[in-house]
Design a protein around this ligand. Structure first.
Ligand code: G3P
Ligand code: CA
Length: 269
């Protein structure tokens, strides 16, 4: 009886679309984020990197080689170089960048953080609340400039948009907190290192972001983090057995490539 998932678990767990609904659409494209919103995701996750000319774009890898038809490091390319690339064909999507329709055109183009924030704002004005979880990627040649630009971009948008900043880098989160203490931060952890085992996070960070691998090996971590007053946002949870484990442990958010399936599973619990 003790391993029964409490009924109503679904509403307590936020479902975060990892790089958008990236199982169905090319990751980090507007198409993937629109799909995630249609699927009912509570929040959108995106990784941000700074281009050579100082724009924040949503790209996971240091280089564009895997997810586009181009080559090279994001930090060495300008936004115009990235805009010339096709970010859809690698996933089997035709290149829509020549389409006469603006919306389709954007579907295989590089996505800027600005555009993603506009999407979230458009949703808010239509009465649909969507949160944004922005991950700063480190190491990068631009170091602290990533956080500076992130805060500049956010300052140009509606402050009511619920944004949190995630990072594996405690230094990155510290920079954000120092300049914008009102922004919630999430400390990502790939492994449970000795310094994490007492449940403490870097000073001022409210949310723990363990990998699902950590929870499989240390399920007690969720209760420990909760006892320290932290929320727990787990990544990247695609396997139904892992969704079940997260529900059982009472995590606060599940970050997944397949929000539609995770929502359906949680609804059924
Ligand atoms: O949401 C956290 C997760 O995205 C971290 O891993 O490599 O997918 O950015 P990664
Ligand atoms: Ca990420």
């Amino acid at each position: 009886e003790t391993d029964r998932v409490p009924s109503g678990s679904r509403r307590r767990i936020s479902v975060v679309a990892h790089r958008g609904a990236s199982e169905d659409a090319p990751e980090h494209t507007l198409a993937a984020y629109r799909r995630a919103i249609e699927d009912g995701a509570d929040a959108l996750e995106c990784d941000v990197r700074l281009t050579a000319d100082g724009h924040l774009v949503c790209v996971h890898d240091r280089r564009v080689n895997r997810t586009s038809n181009g080559r090279g490091a994001v930090s060495a390319l300008e936004l115009a170089d990235l805009a010339a690339l096709d970010f859809g064909s690698w996933k089997g999507w035709g290149d829509t960048r020549e389409s006469p329709d603006t919306e389709s055109r954007e579907h295989t183009s590089v996505l800027t953080l600005e555009r993603l924030l506009r999407l979230v704002e458009e949703q808010a004005s239509a009465g649909r609340r969507v949160e944004l979880a922005v991950e700063t990627k480190h190491p990068t040649r631009w170091a602290g400039q990533v956080e500076e630009e992130l805060l500049r971009v956010l300052a140009r948008h509606d402050p009511a948009i619920p944004v949190r900043v995630m990072s594996f880098s405690a230094r990155s989160l510290h920079r954000v907190r120092a300049a914008a203490p009102w922004l919630p931060t999430v400390y990502l952890m790939q492994f449970l290192l000795p310094r994490h085992r007492d449940g403490r996070l870097p000073p001022g960070v409210p949310v723990a972001g363990p990998s699902i691998r950590i929870l499989r090996a240390h399920p007690e971590y969720v209760a420990l983090a909760h006892s320290m007053g932290h929320q727990v946002h787990v990544w990247t949870v695609d396997d139904p057995a892992d969704v079940e484990l997260c529900a059982l442990l009472g995590v606060d958010a599940i970050i997944t490539n397949r929000p539609r399936h995770v929502l359906a599973q949680l609804e059924g619990l």
